[in-house]
Design a protein around this ligand. Structure first.
Ligand SMILES: Cc1ncc(COP(=O)(O)O)c(C=O)c1O
Length: 341
């Protein structure tokens, strides 16, 4: 904690357009703290998607609340808002849309449906710093936004770190205390909190990097545009589903994820060609042993299950060169040429 953390918090709040930003030890803690501050407790239900990183639903389950999954929209990979209302019950205490891969979820619709029943929305913005949904910055739309500074993120520290954004003083106040063991005054505890300090060293590193975030984001967006052009020129759009950018949404391309039915064979071909790729995520959360007790089964969320079988993330980091992208696309073209004869 200390002055570097306070300065980062002030800069971060400005960036997201929220009144407050509260530093903490990780994106996972940001989610957990937000849920605690909102009063989520044992027996409550929290709606989210099964096609996300484990922490999104894990934070809910940690509090003995029940993660209730809603399938994704297969085009955007984000929570399908059209299924949201049907999943809500009198026990629904919060909704956590995830801005997956850097593309904002349909926040206007989600806020409208949640607002009608006075249910708070926690944005999982871990992968989406700087993304916008119809002019609004992610993390500044719901009751809270949760960010991660894990080193691989678009704004990464030199270790773990996280941030919670909110414009609600009634949340900012408990959050700033909960992350410090519920203590406002040394050795006096007003609530049951946890050790989730943001290291001053991480804050200093993040502040130094923050001034470059915009340029890095633009480089990712340019790389994405170039991939689109190269895939088009190579006639690959018949075989490869490219990520979509809905009108009015600003995607920050934490990942550039393609969809390919022959994903595993293609990945092996890329590996043999020396091209790294990754699968986010190979198994949806509802089929993970850790969430078996929820009683879902194969077929419960077909779009999430298909996504897990078909998605492949290609290199998209800001320093990627045009020549390297051409090598990636050529290798993919080779694969389909060989496969389709
Ligand atoms: C969607 C999502 N939510 C939550 C997290 C958790 O963040 P952290 O790794 O900082 O705990 C991550 C990142 O790993 C993530 O990608």
């Amino acid at each position: 904690m200390g002055p570097e953390v306070e300065k980062l918090e002030a800069e971060f709040a400005t960036l997201v357009g929220s009144r407050f930003a509260i530093g903490c030890a990780s994106g996972s803690d940001a989610l957990l703290l937000a849920l605690i501050a909102l009063g989520v407790d044992s027996g409550d239900e929290v709606i989210t998607t099964p096609f996300t990183f484990v922490a999104t639903a894990g934070s809910v389950a940690r509090l003995k609340a029940k993660p209730v999954f809603v399938d994704i929209d297969p085009q955007t990979y984000n929570l399908d808002w059209t299924q949201l209302e049907a999943a809500m019950t009198s026990k629904t205490k919060a909704i956590i849309p995830v801005h997956l891969f850097g593309l904002p979820a349909e926040m206007d619709k989600i806020m409208e449906i949640a607002g009608a029943k006075h249910v708070p929305v926690i944005e999982d913005a871990a992968q989406a710093i700087g993304a916008r949904c119809r002019g609004k910055w992610v993390g500044g739309i719901g009751a809270c936004g949760c960010f991660s500074f894990f080193p691989s993120k678009n704004l990464g520290g030199a270790g773990d770190g996280g941030m919670i954004t909110t414009s609600d003083q009634n949340l900012a106040d408990p959050l700033s205390v909960l992350r410090l063991h519920g203590s406002r005054q040394k050795y006096h505890y007003e609530s049951l909190g946890m050790n989730s300090r943001l290291d001053a060293l991480q804050a200093a590193i993040l502040r130094a990097k923050l001034s470059r975030l915009n340029a890095w984001t633009m480089a990712r967006q340019e790389n994405a545009a170039r991939y689109r052009e190269l895939f088009g020129l190579a006639g690959l759009e018949r075989f490869v589903r490219l990520p979509i950018q809905p009108e009015g949404f600003v995607h920050v391309y934490h990942q550039f994820v393609i969809g390919v039915p022959e994903r595993d064979e293609l990945r092996e071909h890329l590996r043999a060609s020396g091209i790294p790729s990754e699968i986010y995520y190979p198994v949806p959360l509802h089929l993970q042993p850790a969430f078996k007790y929820l009683g879902y089964r194969a077929g419960s969320f077909p779009h999430s299950e298909t996504a897990c079988q078909q998605v492949l993330a290609l290199p998209i980091f800001p320093e990627l060169t045009e020549q390297q992208q051409a090598v990636v696309v050529d290798a993919i073209a080779d694969f389909f040429r060989a496969m389709k004869g």
